[in-house]
Design a protein around this ligand. Structure first.
Ligand code: MSP
Length: 645
């Protein structure tokens, strides 16, 4: 739906009883990606995160650490606060529930709700889970145990204050029905609606000080502190200086919360009812995602299967980490975390597809035009098609981002990268460089403009990489200044300076983080190994015999056909003294017709392999650089079947 000119996004405020792990990092990065997206969509944005510091849980963790709750909360809150800049989180504020403004705001809201008759005092006996810090109804337990902690809750009898949440049940059902996107994706909306089919119980919102003192004192009874959820949820408005704040006026109507499904109930039920009781409009969207799991369990401190974000960032780099989290998880579903999958994506999507595209494009722009591409001449239909698809990509992307399907937004960008790589292969600028400089300028123009668009769309996900790329492209608008509107301004020359040299954006890596040796780099070649580089030692050296064992022969191509089902492969018939069928990945680099009659070098004693149903008996040798693939051949016509030594 159309948003107004403002956007407000929040993460959960994290408990300070444990160090941050990738679960916390994920929600915060998602909220960061969306905030950055909203900025380039031209909206005034406010992005909030923080820490939740009151309650039993924190007291117990502090005791264990031999510290006072306050000193302990200061320490762990500090860990979160200092982690976020390292993950390039662009939050506008960091709230702590121990901030005095927040505490005063909670008391104000409690007074207001109490004055309107929605709070009452009553004796209560119930089953209490200390891990969750809440009472459980029998029917919510699994085999008598807390479903989250798998512990038997304790029976506690005490007098407490209750929030008349039951009053708002019908209103809430109605609100959710009328606003289908209030809780999204849909599965979580359904989950809340199905929970609301049962009568809603009132919420116990106090803890007697005899049991817990680490909390916000109830303004109407100093023998009690506020239940931690009633305290914590209010952070979303206290940070905006509710009620008088200008921020509150501007940003509250466009509030979006990001959480994982573990805290759906407080956010989907308690919070809207609290807001209603306090006379505050409901938030706009609750965006709920699934869990990152490790070996099929939720990650948690008690299970000892925690993945620490900074360890991964140190090894693989921040943007690869951010990209992976957003590309791999379908927002709303659980995902299994695996380092192998991260490495796979880094090498395939980042090093190969994106890294290669950037490096070959910039290399050609510098080589052919010293980085200053002249004005384009008349464009061909292929150029027009590319331009249209690049501009359409901006809209597709915006749709995906507005509806929280980040993996699809990224997939769309990568399809754009694929189209651009293919356009380069087909247009073969290296051929035009020799024959048609005017056409070359037009083609290179159509290479650079989509790259500019891609850099802008990548910025929310990978701010550092995108800004680097924008620097190479000589753009004067970078980062948040390169808005979606500006991206649509195809060929807006004013913003473009000379193109720079690309450094290796994403070196390929092995799991565990070892960089692959240059010779092994597939498409992404930086520099060939030089003599100065240390020769591999001992076992890594090829024996002379091993080289001798290779049967390399000169051949002449006598037929070349397109393998219609393949994007890459051509089928060659090569005469090496006998006829050999060789399936080679030359499509897009050579026209089949141009190959007939050419001499090639064939590896003749390779084990046959079936490719798309065709048996290939040998390989042809080729060199590869940024400009593409180049077949090797003897430099004068040579008798077929001659051995290469
Ligand atoms: N303090 C409460 C939230 C109060 S908000 C008013 C809390 N804190 S928490 O530290 O436990 O954080 C829970 C949140 O951390 C989840 O909702 C989610 O955003 C994130 N994650 C923690 N572990 C996670 C996974 N394993 N996977 C994905 N996200 C998870 O609850």
């Amino acid at each position: 739906e159309p948003l107004s000119g403002a956007y407000y996004g929040t993460t959960p405020i994290y408990y300070v009883n444990a160090e941050p792990h990738i679960g916390h990092a994920y929600t915060t990065i998602v909220a960061d990606v969306v905030s950055r997206y909203q900025r380039i969509a031209g909206r005034d944005t406010f992005f909030l995160t923080g820490t939740d510091e009151h309650g039993d849980k924190i007291v117990r963790a502090a005791e264990k650490a031999g510290m006072s709750p306050k000193a302990y909360a200061d320490k762990v809150s500090g860990l979160f606060r200092s982690l976020w800049p390292k993950l390039n989180i662009s939050n506008d504020d960091f709230i702590r529930t121990t901030d005095s403004d927040h505490m005063a705001c909670v008391q104000r809201i409690l007074d207001k709700v109490n004055d309107s008759g929605d709070i009452y005092f009553s004796e209560y006996t119930g089953l209490y889970c200390f891990g969750c810090e809440r009472f459980y109804a029998e029917r919510e337990l699994e085999n008598g145990k807390c479903p989250d902690h798998q512990t038997v809750p304790e029976e506690i009898r005490e007098s407490n204050y209750f929030f008349r949440m039951s009053r708002y049940q019908d209103w809430l059902i109605d609100h959710i029905r009328k606003n289908p996107e209030f809780i999204r994706p849909e599965r979580f909306r359904n989950e809340v609606l199905s929970f609301l089919k049962e009568p809603l119980e009132d919420l116990c919102i106090s803890r007697p000080k005899s049991r817990l003192t680490w909390g916000i004192t109830l303004p109407f009874d100093e023998n009690y502190v506020t239940y931690v959820w009633f305290d914590a949820l209010i952070n979303y408005v206290s940070a905006l200086d509710y009620p008088e704040g200008e921020r509150f006026r501007r940003f509250w109507p466009v509030a979006q919360h990001f959480i994982a499904k573990d805290i759906l109930k407080p956010h989907g039920i308690y919070w809207p009812c609290m807001l209603k009781a306090a006379g505050i409009e409901p938030f706009q969207h609750l965006n709920v995602h699934g869990w990152w799991q490790v070996s099929s369990g939720k990650m948690s401190k008690s299970l000892g299967n925690v993945v620490r974000p900074l360890d991964l960032v140190d090894i693989y780099g921040l943007d690869a980490f951010r990209y992976f989290l957003l590309r791999e998880m379908v927002f709303g579903l659980d995902s299994e975390f695996s380092e192998e999958a991260l490495v796979g994506r880094l090498n395939a999507d980042l090093a190969n597809d994106l890294g290669n595209l950037v490096s070959r494009s910039l290399t050609m722009a510098r080589k052919y035009f010293k980085g200053e591409i002249p004005d384009p001449a008349e464009s061909h239909p292929e150029d027009e098609a590319l331009r249209k698809s690049a501009l359409d990509l901006i809209d597709t992307y915006a749709d995906c981002m507005d509806s929280m399907v980040f993996h699809k937004a990224l997939r769309a960008i990568w399809e754009g990268i694929g189209r651009l790589n293919k356009y380069i292969d087909t247009m073969a600028p290296w051929v035009l460089a020799k024959s048609d400089p005017e056409r070359l300028a037009t083609v290179m123009h159509h290479v650079v403009e989509p790259l500019r668009i891609i850099s802008g769309l990548l910025w929310p996900f990978m701010p550092e990489t995108a800004e680097k790329l924008q620097g190479y492209l000589g753009l004067s608008d970078r980062g948040r200044d390169l808005t979606l509107d500006r991206l649509k301004d195809w060929g807006g020359k004013a913003t473009t300076g000379p193109l720079g040299k690309a450094v290796d954006l994403f070196p390929r890596v092995e799991p565990g983080g070892e960089k692959k040796p240059a010779a092994d780099k597939g498409g992404q070649k930086k520099s060939a190994p030089t003599r100065a580089e240390k020769a591999p030692a001992g076992d890594d050296l090829l024996s002379f015999q091993a080289f001798q064992d290779m049967d390399l022969r000169v051949g002449t191509v006598i037929r070349a056909e397109d393998l219609v089902d393949s994007k890459k492969l051509l089928r060659l018939t090569v005469d090496i003294g006998e006829e050999r069928t060789v399936v080679a990945g030359l499509k897009g680099h050579y026209e089949p017709g141009d190959l007939v009659g050419r001499q090639v070098i064939v590896v003749a004693n390779l084990k046959p392999a079936k490719l798309l149903g065709v048996e290939s008996r040998g390989m042809v040798l080729a060199a590869e650089d940024e400009a593409g693939i180049h077949l090797l051949a003897p430099d004068v016509q040579t008798a077929v079947g001659s051995k290469v030594r």
